[in-house]
Design a binder for this molecule. Structure first.
Ligand code: FAD
Ligand code: NA
Length: 389
C-alpha cells in the first residue's frame, strides 16, 4: 500500500495529524472523508448570491488560551479581531448575554452595584437552600435564582433538548456563569478571531503538501474503496475520527447525539439583526437562535442590499442525521467504556476527535488533542517503532 498512514476524517483533528505526519516526519498520508469537502464541521462556503461566507455546519468561532495551538493555527491563517458577543430576546426585549451586570440591571430595572447584584442573586438562589436539586430546573434555580433562570435558561434549554427541564437530569449543568461586571465578551480566552480568508482557505492550507493525498466522497466502511476499513486495518496505521460505535458495527449499541436543523433564508436587507447571534430565550418561537453570518466579517465588502440568516432548531439525532453534541446519559457513558475497551484491542488504530471519542471538542481542543497524540504516539511509533496502541 502506497501510504504510510491513513487518516479517516478531514476535520481539524484529522488534518492536524496529517499535516504533522507529512511535514514533520515526511510520511505519505492518505486522508479519506465521506463528505465532498475537507474540514469536517469547521468547513464554510461562500454563498454565490451575496458573497457572504456561511458556516455550513453551524457558526464556528475560533478561540483559545493554548499558546501552542495559537502558534500552530497561525501557520495556516491569520485571524481577524472579531470579538464574539451574544444577545437574547425575552418578552420582546433584547438583553446582553451571558448574564452580566447589564442583563441584571435591565431585567430588574435597577442600578445595582456589583455587590448589590451579587447579594440579590444569592438571595434568589436560596429558594432550594439545603436541598439537593433533583432535576435541571431546580438546579438552575439553585444556581441563579428563579427570575433569571426562568427568563434566560429554562425555555432555551428546553428547546435545546426538546424536553421540559423538570425532566432533564441536574447533571447537564454544573454552573451557570453570572458576571458582576458589564463585560459581555462571550469567550474568556486569550485569543479569538475568525480566519481572515475564511475557514476553507485555512483548512486547505493544512492539507497543502504533495505527501498528503485527500480522497473525498469516500466512506471508510465501503469495502470497495481502496482505503476502506477492510483493506487498510492491519496493513497500515490508521487514525480514525469517525463515530466509534459505527467502527464496531454498533456492537455495544448506539451512542446518542443531538443535532441541529438549519433553516436558511436570504433577505432583501443589508442587515437583519445588527449582530451575528441573537438567542430566543422564550418558548413562543420554536428556534433557539438566529445567526446572521455577515456580521462575522464586518471588515469585508459584502453586498449591502441582501443578507443571510439561519434559524437553528435543536433535536435528538436519528440515524442519518449529523451528530453534533453527545447526549451523554449514564447509558451512553457505559456504552462508551465498552467501546473504549474494543478500541484498545484494535491494533494500530487510534481513535480521535469528536466522533471517535464521543466528546464535544471545540476546534482548539481538537487541534490540541491531535498535537498531543502526534507527540505521544505517532512520532514515537514512526521514529522508534513504539507501539501505537
Ligand atoms: P469533525 O469536524 O466532525 O470531522 C470528522 C470528519 O470525519 C467529518 O468530515 C466526517 O465526514 C468524517 N467521517 C466520519 N465518518 C466517516 C467515515 N465513515 N468515512 C470517512 N469519513 C468519515 N468549535 C469551536 O471552537 N468554536 C465554535 O464556535 C464551534 N461551533 C460548533 C458548532 C457546531 C454545531 C458543532 C457541531 C461543532 C462546533 N465546534 C466549534 C466544534 C468543531 O466543529 C470541532 O472542533 C470539530 O468538529 C472537531 O473536529 P473533528 O476533526 O474531531 O471532527
Ligand atoms: Na487502538
Amino acid at each position: 500500500m502506497n501510504t504510510d498512514l491513513v487518516v479517516v476524517g478531514s476535520g481539524l483533528y484529522g488534518l492536524t495529524v496529517a499535516e504533522r505526519a507529512a511535514n514533520k516526519l515526511g510520511l505519505n498520508v492518505t486522508i479519506i472523508d465521506r463528505r465532498d469537502h475537507i474540514g469536517g464541521n469547521a468547513y464554510s462556503e461562500i454563498d454565490p448570491e451575496t458573497g457572504i461566507e456561511v458556516h455550513k455546519y453551524g457558526a464556528h468561532l475560533f478561540h483559545t488560551s493554548n499558546e501552542r495551538v495559537w502558534e500552530y493555527v497561525n501557520r495556516f491563517t491569520s485571524f481577524t479581531n472579531y470579538v464574539h458577543r451574544v444577545y437574547g430576546v425575552h418578552k420582546g426585549e433584547v438583553f446582553p448575554l451571558p448574564i452580566n451586570l447589564g442583563t441584571i440591571n435591565q431585567f430588574f430595572r435597577a442600578n445595582l452595584t456589583p455587590d448589590q447584584a451579587r447579594a440579590l442573586i444569592q438571595e434568589q438562589a436560596g429558594e432550594f437552600a439545603g436541598q439537593d436539586p433533583q432535576n435541571l430546573n431546580d438546579k438552575g434555580i439553585s444556581l441563579i435564582g428563579r427570575p433569571l433562570y426562568e427568563a434566560f435558561i429554562k425555555h432555551y434549554t428546553g428547546k435545546q433538548w426538546q424536553t421540559d427541564p423538570t425532566n432533564l437530569p441536574a447533571s447537564i449543568i454544573s454552573r451557570l456563569p453570572v458576571r458582576y461586571t458589564y463585560d459581555n465578551r462571550y469567550f474568556n480566552d486569550t485569543y479569538e478571531g475568525l480566519p481572515t480568508d475564511g475557514y476553507t482557505a485555512w483548512l486547505e492550507r493544512m492539507a497543502d503538501n504533495p505527501r498528503i493525498n485527500v480522497q473525498l466522497s469516500t466512506d471508510f466502511f465501503d469495502d470497495s474503496a481502496e482505503f476502506s476499513k477492510k483493506n487498510v486495518v492491519g496493513q497500515v496505521p490508521v487514525i480514525y475520527t469517525g463515530a466509534v460505535d459505527r467502527y464496531f458495527d454498533y456492537a455495544e449499541g448506539d451512542l446518542k447525539w443531538r443535532t441541529i436543523d438549519f433553516e436558511r433564508e436570504t433577505l432583501p436587507t443589508g442587515d437583519f439583526q445588527g449582530t451575528s447571534v441573537v438567542n430566543y430565550n422564550d418558548d413562543d418561537v420554536p428556534y433557539t437562535r438566529i445567526i446572521e453570518p455577515r456580521h462575522f466579517h464586518p471588515e469585508r465588502d459584502y453586498a449591502t442590499d441582501k443578507t443571510i440568516i439561519m434559524r437553528e432548531f435543536s433535536r435528538f439525532a436519528e440515524k442519518g442525521d449529523e451528530p453534533y453534541y453527545p447526549v451523554n446519559t449514564e447509558e451512553d457513558r457505559t456504552k462508551l467504556l465498552a467501546y473504549r475497551d474494543l478500541a484498545k484491542g484494535e491494533k494500530d488504530v487510534i481513535f480521535g476527535g469528536r466522533l471517535g471519542t464521543y466528546k464535544y471538542l471545540d476546534m482548539h481542543m481538537a487541534i490540541g488533542a491531535a498535537l498531543s497524540t502526534f507527540d505521544n504516539k505517532i512520532e514515537p511509533h514512526f521514529a522508534r517503532g513504539a507501539s501505537l496502541e
